[in-house]
Design a protein around this ligand. Structure first.
Ligand code: ADP
Ligand code: ZN
Length: 600
């Protein structure tokens, strides 16, 4: 719909432009033709005889003459007479002949009709615009939900991993398929299921799969689309959506970003929360209003279940909740396989290895990785996607594209090389840390260089010692700068931010400081336009000061330790930095060899 509208709008603009150009052109032409003096044919004949004329152009009965001084004149001859009857012959003047009278007739006809035609089109489009504008105003309260039916259905096979989630939803599919069976036993059919999880883990995909498995239509809308500028529109859209869905029951409704309207009521500031509340109330009303006959199941997605209004979670509403986590290594392998299904993949590709180097990536990210690899392979004119394409694609997805245009000065390159070498040396030496598997001084995204570490296996429990060593590794970049150049740069800003965050979490969340095993929480206060407006410490100012002290202490300890370690392994630091300046990126064997020279 919007696409079509855009098409018409563009056509309209182009036509208006053409029309204006034509108007201008004709005006210009008229003014030009009025420069040309019309003279009797006899006068022209005289001028030719007097050799004042350079050339004449004959177009039917119209003769345009250019005098030797450059002025132009037009004369009309009698149709029955030839030019030489007036004494105008090639001996006296150059004669050009244009296409004859037929052309003249055409131009006349066109010059009469084209303006009318354009005017007609112009009016037609104006009418069209007005009408579609009208239609838009009329459909304002209608739902903008998209319905997916008849397209190739998604099935559970298209969703990798998430086994327990699929099991849970299997039941919903059964309800949708054979409602009578459950009703005969007096079972209450669930109305709503809340899918909780971070972005890109496959919430939408699962909802589609539920509809696909049950073979029912699927309505999808994002809750943020409910909320418009005008109060009442959201509620009316909700009403319309549910009416439509009920008409085509059994069916699945999917509401994305439920927290956009589902935040706790009564916490808002300003006018917008009125609209949110009304919309939310309408959703509740609709869900309560499902009679037992209506086979409509509402799936909703959110990544903030904690901020949802408790009313949403009451029985008969979203009383079921399934949690979707980021995929683990095995699931990542499976997701990669699913997205590689329809692509030519080289036999040597090992998805397991790719999955290993992508901890923390979501299903959506992994899909991007495969897609980006296909693009890289195509650009290198390969017929199949190879392991190196996938590897290059991971770097691009995780760190942003290489910035070859980002040329550093020699001195800056040296600083970056030592900075990254510092991270790498410490990262390798400290036993709790993940293996360093790549160091580079190629700028990517915001970073001038980067050091990548990968866990041997996924960890679920993180000991205090690992956090402490992470702080040392994060500060090692700056420590190397200080050690070699006796000066520090802004390049460590991101490292400092991350280090401070870790230290703060150690103190306030994990109770790993001298303050002791206590959670020093913060409470969210006030929700403004769906965004947190501020947060309140729920501990005393005295403790707050201690928290700052502890953070400070941890960071200082790590800073000293990083400098000590690098001083001890100065030779290794030089070796890695020099090699980096030479080859820019170090990984695999060459990196392992350099590490081997470091003595612990
Ligand atoms: P969400 O709704 O949780 O933000 P989506 O369902 O929109 O995430 O996921 C985006 C895309 O990522 C999906 O269309 C799919 O291609 C891919 N994806 C995510 N999770 C998975 C998974 N478990 N298996 C296969 N593909 C996945
Ligand atoms: Zn750094």
């Amino acid at each position: 719909m919007t696409n079509r509208n855009r098409f018409w709008r563009q056509t309209f603009t182009v036509l208006t432009f053409v029309f204006l150009m034509l108007v201008l052109w004709s005006l210009f032409n008229f003014s030009r033709s009025s420069d040309i003096k019309e003279i009797p044919i006899s006068q022209l004949a005289d001028e030719v005889a007097a050799k004042q004329v350079k050339e004449v152009t004959v177009d039917g009965d119209k003769i345009t003459a250019t005098l030797k001084d450059g002025t132009k004149q037009v004369a009309i001859k009698e149709t029955s007479q030839g030019l030489k009857d007036y004494g105008i012959t090639p001996e006296h003047v150059i004669i050009n002949v244009r296409s004859g009278t037929s052309g003249a007739v055409w131009t006349t006809v066109l010059s009469i009709f084209v303006p009318f035609l354009l005017l007609g089109l112009f009016l037609f489009f104006i009418a069209r615009q007005a009408r579609s504008g009208n239609m838009q105003a009329m459909s304002f309260g209608k739902t903008t939900a998209r319905m997916y039916a008849g397209k190739k259905p998604v099935s559970f096979k298209d969703v990798a991993g998430l086994k327990h989630v699929k099991q849970e939803l299997e039941e919903i599919v059964e309800f949708l398929k054979h409602p009578a069976k459950f009703r005969a036993l007096g079972a209450e059919i669930p109305h709503g299921v809340l899918l909780v999880g971070p972005a890109g883990v496959g919430k939408t995909l699962l909802a589609k799969a539920v509809a696909g498995e049950a073979g029912v239509p699927f309505f999808s809308i994002s809750a943020s689309e409910f909320v418009e500028m005008f109060v009442g529109v959201g509620a009316s859209r909700v009403r319309d959506l549910f009416t439509k869905a009920k008409k085509s029951a059994p069916t699945v409704i999917f509401i994305d970003e439920l927290d956009a309207v589902g935040r706790q009521r009564g916490t808002g500031l300003g006018g917008s929360h009125d609209e949110r509340e009304q919309t939310l109330n309408q959703i509740l009303v609709e869900m309560d209003g499902f009679d037992t006959e209506a086979n409509v199941i509402v799936l909703a997605a959110t990544n903030r279940p904690d901020v949802l209004d408790p009313a949403l979670l009451r029985p008969g509403r979203f009383d079921r909740k399934v949690v979707l986590d980021l995929p683990d290594r095995e699931e990542r392998t499976e997701i990669l396989r699913i997205h590689a299904r329809n692509k030519p993949i080289d036999k040597a590709v090992e998805f397991g290895e790719i999955a290993k180097s992508t901890p923390g990536l979501s299903g959506a990210d992994l899909r991007n990785v495969v897609n980006e690899a296909a693009i890289l392979a195509a650009r290198a004119n390969r017929k199949k996607i190879e392991q190196r394409d996938l590897r290059a694609s991971i770097d691009k997805t995780m760190l942003g594209p290489e910035r070859t245009s980002h040329l550093l000065k020699k001195r800056e390159r040296e600083i970056v090389a030592y900075h990254e070498a510092g991270h790498a040396v410490v990262g390798h030496l400290l036993p709790e840390l993940d293996d360093v598997h790549k160091v580079s001084i190629v700028s990517r995204g915001m970073a001038l260089g980067y050091t990548l570490s990968l866990p041997q296996e996924e960890r679920h429990l993180i000991p205090k010692s690992k956090f402490e060593q992470e702080l040392v590794a994060l500060l090692a970049g700056r420590a190397a700068e200080q050690l070699i150049f006796k000066d520090i740069t802004t390049g460590a800003a991101n490292d400092l931010e991350r280090a401070t965050k870790i230290a703060r979490e150690m103190v306030t969340i994990f109770g790993m400081s001298e303050i002791g095993p206590i959670k020093l929480g913060e409470r969210e206060e006030m929700v403004f336009l769906g965004r947190e407006f501020g947060s309140h410490k729920i501990y005393s100012e005295k403790l707050a000061a201690q928290v700052d002290d502890q953070i400070h202490k941890m960071i200082t300890t790590a800073w000293v330790k990083a400098q000590k370690l690098l001083t001890k392994h100065l030779t290794g630091l030089h070796a890695i930095a020099k090699k980096l300046l030479e080859v820019e990126t170090l990984e695999d064997e060459p990196l392992r060899e350099l590490f081997a020279t470091l003595k612990v």
